[in-house]
Design a protein around this ligand. Structure first.
Ligand code: HEC
Length: 161
């Protein structure tokens, strides 16, 4: 009995020591790996490539002051986030739930008062974007939309990467 316990205790000590050694070397490896990574490419993760229309859309959003309320990275502020918005469900102030598809987004931008998103005391102001410009803006919103929605048309390409 006692000798069994002794062996168990010995075994545990051994395991703990082995584990400590393994952990220490793992940490050392991580430190080396991180040191190597600091040599320049941290923070330069490849940006998803935008289509021409989406690129125009992003400049239009910037030049029309949309960032003031929708955030410099489109993550929202006084207004809702435009990132991850495409094809998601929106609850309007009258309780209706609508899908943020092209038609909804076009109306939201062309006639801001026509559909008001629930929960905002501020109202989306008018703007002077024409139909073609709104289409470009929507292309950009798609590009920063949920992965599944934006990935849909380019599924094959996205999976090949
Ligand atoms: C003064 C702040 C403000 C500015 C500037 C602004 N918005 Fe908005 N926007 C809002 C608010 C607040 C809402 C949500 C309430 C509503 O629907 O009126 C909104 C809603 C939206 C929606 C619907 C979002 C959703 O979650 O369903 C879209 C799309 C949108 N804005 C696009 C734009 C574009 C494009 C511009 C630039 C031309 C712009 N906004 C400029 C405040 C702003």
């Amino acid at each position: 009995m006692t000798s069994d316990l002794y062996h168990v205790a010995r075994f545990r000590t051994f395991r703990r020591t082995a584990l400590a050694v393994a952990t220490t070397s793992a940490l050392a490896l991580v430190a080396v790996a991180c040191g190597g990574d600091n040599s320049g490419d941290a923070g330069s993760a490849p940006e998803p490539t935008l289509s021409e229309a989406a690129t125009r859309g992003e400049s239009l959003l910037n030049s029309n002051g949309c960032a003031a309320c929708h955030g410099p990275d489109w993550q929202g502020g006084a207004g809702p986030s435009l990132a991850g918005l495409y094809n998601t469900e929106r609850t309007l102030d009258d309780g209706t739930v609508v899908l943020a598809d092209d038609a909804y987004l076009t109306a939201a931008i062309a006639e801001p008062g026509s559909q008001v998103v629930e929960g905002y005391s501020l109202r989306m102001p008018g703007n002077s974007l024409d139909d073609a410009q709104i289409a470009d803006v929507i292309e950009f919103i798609k590009a920063i939309g949920p992965a599944d929605a934006s990935g849909e048309p380019t599924d094959g390409a996205a999976n090949d990467e």
